[in-house]
Design a binder for this molecule. Structure first.
Ligand code: NAP
Length: 345
């Protein structure tokens, strides 16, 4: 496979992750980088404040950043735009025939837009056909969930399928990179925890029901169980840690829960997609794991680690995932790989 791809919002936190992950991708060939008027016309190395540990790939240093509008050569456009800009711009690309794989929240909950995690709801890509017909687009928009929602949904999916869920409570400890670059001022977050992230709790409480919903007669019937979230910003760079309390429909045991999560896999593993982790969920038995710094990069940052699994009537656990890889750029790339493999591009 040899597919041309572009990145819009290429200079930001998620944009940089896209570039790092796409620079040696076996199927995708990075052809265009776009950002705001502030960056357009500059070489990428001058436009971006590169903040990743990995070096900026040499292949992108001299690429001229272009304005964020259709016209450049690409089949897929990975979007790392702020939501208000995405709302205006992404349909313009879809109308012009591009597949937009978006990280932004603007279209996640739209009825005809797939909100995808390929291990969880790959069948929802069929919404693309309805979207194209309804909106008269040659292209399409597909989205990945909010970073905390992805990290939550991966381990919860096998439990919901096997035992049913009646009530889910989650408290998150989220990294500063989740707020983008230059997101949270250092004076606000160093030596501090902020018990509020605007708009986040609502996303965590609603996106999972769409992803676990059934696609019936061209519509997704959202799953019906109660989710309550509290979201906190903590002074770590990358990695969202989440504490869960889960009430299941059927009585179960800690061992059954562990076994169900450990054997969970989906289409990306069966199809051997390039960005797929071998294990979407890794179980740790160590009392003091998962830990953000030690576990966020498991399986190239694409796995969620679950530990401290305990309880009888109510199961408790701590989970951890990389917010800009599994929670953002890596998730979008996996979505696009699924579409490519299913010949939807
Ligand atoms: P960010 O660091 O603030 O980057 C924003 C990007 O958008 C920059 O490339 C910026 O370009 C560009 N941009 C801003 N205004 C623009 C405009 N008017 N026209 C065109 N481009 C414009 O944000 P981020 O953290 O990467 O997040 C990007 C998106 O992903 C957001 O919707 C966010 O909610 C979502 N998301 C983020 C994470 C995460 O962990 N960070 C996880 C999941 C989803 P300039 O440099 O030229 O200003």
């Amino acid at each position: 496979m040899n597919i041309d791809v572009g990145v819009i919002g290429a200079t930001g936190m998620v944009g940089q992750r896209f570039i790092s992950l796409l620079s040696d991708h076996p199927w995708f060939n990075l052809t265009a980088l776009a950002a705001s008027e502030r960056s357009a016309g500059k070489r990428y190395s001058k436009a971006a404040d590169w903040v990743l540990n990995e070096d900026m790939p040499n292949s992108v240093r001299d690429i001229e950043v272009v304005e964020t509008k259709p016209g450049f050569q690409a089949d897929i456009v990975f979007s790392a735009l702020p939501s208000d800009i995405a709302k205006k711009v992404e349909p313009q690309f879809a109308e012009q025939g591009y597949i937009v794989a978006s990280n932004a929240s603007a279209y996640r909950m739209a009825e005809d837009v797939p909100l995808l995690i390929p291990e969880v709801n790959p069948e929802h890509i069929d919404l693309i056909d309805i979207q194209r017909e309804q909106r008269d687009w040659d292209g399409a928009i597909i989205t990945n969930p909010n970073c905390s929602s992805i990290i939550l949904t991966l381990p919860v999916t096998p439990i919901a399928r096997e035992f049913g869920i009646t009530d889910l409570r989650v408290a998150t400890l989220q990294a500063v990179s989740g707020a983008g670059y230059t997101g949270v001022p250092s004076m606000a977050i160093v030596d501090n925890v902020i018990p509020y992230i605007g708009g986040e709790e609502d996303k965590v409480e609603t996106e999972i029901q769409k992803m676990l919903g059934d696609l019936e007669d061209g519509k997704i019937k959202h799953r019906d169980f109660n989710v309550t979230a509290t979201c906190n910003r903590v002074p770590v760079l990358d990695g969202h840690l989440e504490n869960l309390w889960i009430e299941t429909e059927e009585k179960t045991t800690v061992d059954e829960i562990k076994e169900t999560m450990a054997k969970f896999e989906g289409e990306p593993q069966k199809l051997d997609l390039p960005t797929a982790p071998k294990n979407p969920v890794i179980i740790t038995e160590q009392d003091d794991r998962p830990q953000t710094r030690l576990d966020r990069n498991k399986q190239n940052g694409m796995s969620v680690t679950a530990g401290r699994i305990r309880g009888e009537n109510e199961i408790q656990m701590t989970i951890l995932g990389h917010n800009t890889i599994r929670g953002a750029a890596g998730a979008s790339i996996l979505n696009a790989e699924l579409l490519a493999k299913k010949q939807k591009i």
